[in-house]
Design a protein. Structure first.
Length: 412
């Protein structure tokens, strides 16, 4: 069977691939943009009481940075320094000029089997964790929401499914890896469909910038493919997100920050480690975590020196110390230059780990759950019309809804 639209070559000249300033909000505008914008700055306290169209006009004007944060309870200090903090820094840094969409992909959470009695709580806990780590949720340019609370994610996915090839999904590396590890009987259609849902997450909000790790770059490329495929078949429906290469240029490729396992320092610290002895979890008892540091593997060189190849254990502890003290690697290395006693060095690191976890856990319990839920609900209310506008454009294009004429996008 040949189905032409599965194999269309990517179109690189799509005008919507270049900029998303050209998006026309396909919604009746009650307030002209400047009025809404002005109001927003003049009257921040009543901003959320404004009619939603005013908010839409205002938030539709900024390019969108979007990222999904998986619900997970047992995050490690590696996740904290390697993923959570960089995302929060990025959000703070760009929130003046960009709209930041941070969402929890709760529907993605059970593409492989999980304990469903814990999912909802984990979702909320995840949001709280971001707040405890410093995400400013009172910032009006930062939106935090749950995927399943905006039904357009699911609806767009089922439409895009029919324009996606079985072959192209079968070739996805994450699908191949995960389906191999859980076995065919436990491999769900949800896992197969994971990249299509992810494409919907991105395309619904016209997002141009999507920071992704290496494990997700193939999914981002698929998002571009399906967007371009739909655009060439149905005219310009979607903003095509930037290529992986451009994403790395925009965000700065992560500097290879990797916290290694304490027991086996040539392996990345990972929550799926069997014993957990070499892993520091954010919810570890601080005293026990300090003991884990004292038990970290070192070497017999009696030299506190940063050399990942020859002294991976010591180098890892230096790295952890520099992150915890918020100083450069060079400065911690200088601090211990000439010292030979690993026990004393470990005590310093263990003390910092204990202090960090104590402080973080205190902050986490202090995060007010109601404030977090209010933020989630507010973002979901604000963004639903945006997602629905995209969905509606697609529904009209594919013939599910009558073409009202005002839904076609004009180019700015
Ligand atoms: N798949 C991403 C991950 O595992 C999470 C995710 C889901 C996502 N939808 C997304 C990330 C859309 C960026 C954009 O980390």
């Amino acid at each position: 069977m040949s189905v032409d639209y599965f194999n269309l070559p990517p179109i690189s000249h799509s005008p919507y691939g270049e900029s998303n300033h050209t998006i026309v909000p396909l919604l009746p505008t009650i307030y002209p943009f400047d009025y809404a914008h002005g109001l927003r700055h003049l009257l921040p306290t009543i901003y959320h009481l404004l009619p939603s169209n005013a908010i839409i006009s205002s938030i539709m004007t900024k390019p969108v940075i979007l990222t999904g944060i998986r619900a997970n309870n047992d995050l490690t200090i590696g996740n904290y320094f390697g993923a959570i903090l960089p995302i929060i820094d990025m959000a703070k840094k760009h929130s003046g000029d960009y709209q930041i969409n941070m969402f929890i992909p709760d529907l993605h959470s059970f593409t492989t089997p999980i304990d469903h009695t814990k999912l909802y709580e984990q979702t909320i806990n995840n949001a709280k964790l971001f707040v405890a780590a410093g995400l400013p949720i009172d910032n009006q340019n930062i939106f935090m929401y749950r995927q399943s609370f905006i039904p357009a994610h699911s609806e767009l996915t089922i439409i895009l499914d029919s324009f996606t090839g079985f072959g192209e999904m079968s070739r996805m590396i994450q699908f191949k890896d995960k389906s191999n590890s859980v076995g065919a009987d436990r491999t769900s259609l949800g896992l197969f469909n994971y990249p299509v849902l992810m494409a919907s997450d991105i395309l619904l909000y016209n997002a141009k910038y999507v920071p992704v790790g290496d494990d997700q770059s193939q999914h981002l490329e698929f998002t571009r493919d399906i967007a371009q495929r739909m655009n060439s078949k149905f005219n310009e429906l979607f903003v095509v997100p930037d290529s992986v290469k451009n994403q790395h240029e925009f965000f700065g490729k992560d500097q290879g920050l990797r916290i290694m396992d304490l027991i086996n320092p040539i392996k990345k610290m990972s929550k799926s480690d069997d014993s957990g002895r070499g892993v520091i979890f954010l919810n570890d008892n601080p005293v026990i975590a300090a003991k884990k540091v004292m038990g970290a593997t070192t070497d017999d060189k009696a030299k506190i020196n940063f050399d990942r190849d020859n002294q991976p254990g010591i180098s890892n502890l230096l790295e952890i110390l520099s992150l915890l003290q918020g100083v450069t690697l060079q400065s911690v290395t200088d601090q211990f230059k000439g010292q030979t006693n690993y026990g004393d060095f470990k005590k310093v690191v263990a003390g910092e780990v204990e202090k960090f976890l104590t402080d973080f856990q205190k902050k986490l319990v202090e995060v007010d759950e109601n404030t977090v839920i209010t933020k989630l609900e507010q973002s979901e209310r604000d963004l639903t019309p945006i997602a629905n506008a995209t969905l509606s454009r697609v529904q009209q294009a594919v013939g599910l809804r009558p073409n009202t004429g005002d839904i076609t996008r004009s180019e700015g």
